[in-house]
Ligand binder design. Structure first.
Ligand code: PLP
Length: 394
């Protein structure tokens, strides 16, 4: 059976692939430590589950407006005002089936065939595939590891052509955990304004920052940049709600309207019950759940970073946010006699039963991504195994 051309070059998500392989080995009885997970290891807080439960009990289990229930849009509008100092109206918001689907829908409505989207690498694995699915061309712009994996305004300007439609900024970043400062965002924003380029700002990790640096939304820098930016965010990472599939986009009314029309013919609406769960997440928080998570992740980061730093041949910039380390493992791979980091990762899983995600899936083949959404005991054991492998594998 001949498949459509648009899916013939589609590659499965490398993070999901490694997680599946690790699960498979676990099933066979091996003691595997998976560092591939892109999700918090906490259960969704009880107050959120209660919100969804009440919605079910009250019969709120029917179709909802395609762009999300009005109450949740209002809660999202409040969140933007409070957290980011940004003012939106309800026509500028769409609730989607996760941030991933917000991005997918966005590219579908803004890209014509062969329009270019600039994607700084290392990048989140789904960006290039989503652009290709919208018949656009992903233009990968390598960010220098010596510049904390961040692109410069000069680099951005040089990558722009007459076909450039958008650039993706993901801060804090998956996979590097690094962030752009306000000044850096301002300079990148100026380039986008000059060339009339849409800024897709993926801010899904904004609540998980472990330094004194504050998250700055690029849209808050000026009215001109605000008008040019679509913000992507969601509750998956901030509220341990990955399986609920609630994300959102905010920005230009015409774009949001087109995304909503597309959703009305594809998903109909994000799951009603999950929307009420997200509403509770934003409006009923009895403490400050994101702060609690932040504290736990910060401790894990400090402990794990130190252990990984101590491994010969692994060089790592200390991340500022998200929950990943992204060390350069080229030297470790060479010391162990492997030509590529991909092969080294495969052998590590085979021999020591530790699953890392190869950086090749993120456009950075000398690096590996290690999630620290695990207990400190598991992280310590994982680091010990990697250390042992680097010292002993011949
Ligand atoms: N953006 C980035 C950078 C991510 O890492 C993820 C999830 O891994 C997403 C978007 C999508 O999140 P979700 O679809 O669960 O809301």
């Amino acid at each position: 059976m001949e498949l459509a051309q648009r899916v013939q070059t589609l590659t499965p998500s490398s993070t999901l692939a490694i997680t599946a392989k690790a699960k498979d080995l676990k099933k066979q009885g091996f003691d595997v430590i998976g560092l591939g997970a892109g999700e918090p290891d906490f259960n969704t807080p009880a107050y959120i589950i209660d919100g969804a439960q009440q919605a079910m009990n009250n019969g709120l289990t029917k179709y909802t407006p395609a762009g999300g229930i009005a109450e949740l849009k209002l809660a999202i509008i409040d969140k933007f005002q409070q957290d980011n100092g940004l003012t939106y109206n309800d026509k500028q918001i769409i609730v989607t089936n996760g941030a991933k689907h917000a991005l997918y829908t966005l590219f579908q409505v803004i890209l014509n065939k062969e329009d270019e989207v600039i994607i700084p690498s290392p990048y989140w694995v789904s960006y290039p595939e989503q652009v290709k699915l919208a018949e656009g061309n992903p233009v990968i712009l390598p960010a220098d590891e010596n510049n904390d994996f961040k692109i410069t305004p000069k680099q951005l300007e040089e990558a722009i052509t007459s076909k450039t439609k958008a650039v993706i900024i993901n801060s804090p970043s998956n996979p590097t955990g690094l962030m752009y400062s306000k000044g850096e965002l301002e300079a990148l924003g100026e380039v986008c304004l000059k060339h009339n380029i849409i800024i897709v700002s993926d801010e899904i990790y904004e609540k998980l920052i472990y330094t004194s640096k504050e998250h700055v939304s690029i849209a808050s820098i000026s009215d001109e940049i605000y008008n040019q930016t679509i913000i992507i965010n969601g509750v998956s990472k901030s509220h341990a709600m990955t399986g609920w599939r609630i994300g959102y986009a905010a920005g230009n009314e015409t774009i949001i309207k087109a995304m909503t029309n597309l959703a009305s013919h594809s998903t109909s609406n994000p799951t009603s019950i999950a929307q009420y769960g997200a509403l509770a997440a934003y409006t009923k928080d009895p403490g400050n759940i994101s702060l609690e998570y932040k504290k736990i992740f910060a401790e894990r980061l400090d402990a794990f970073y130190k252990l990984i730093q101590d491994i010969p041949g692994m060089e790592c910039i200390k991340p500022e946010g998200a929950f990943y380390l992204f060390p350069n493992a080229k030297k470790a791979a060479e010391m162990n006699g492997f030509a590529t980091v991909d092969e080294w990762v495969a052998a590590l899983l085979e021999e020591e039963k530790v699953a890392l995600v190869p950086g090749s899936g993120f456009g950075s083949p000398d690096n590996v991504r290690l999630s620290y959404a695990l207990s400190i005991e598991e992280l310590t054991e994982a680091a010990n195994r990697i250390h042992r492998f680097v010292l002993n594998h011949k």
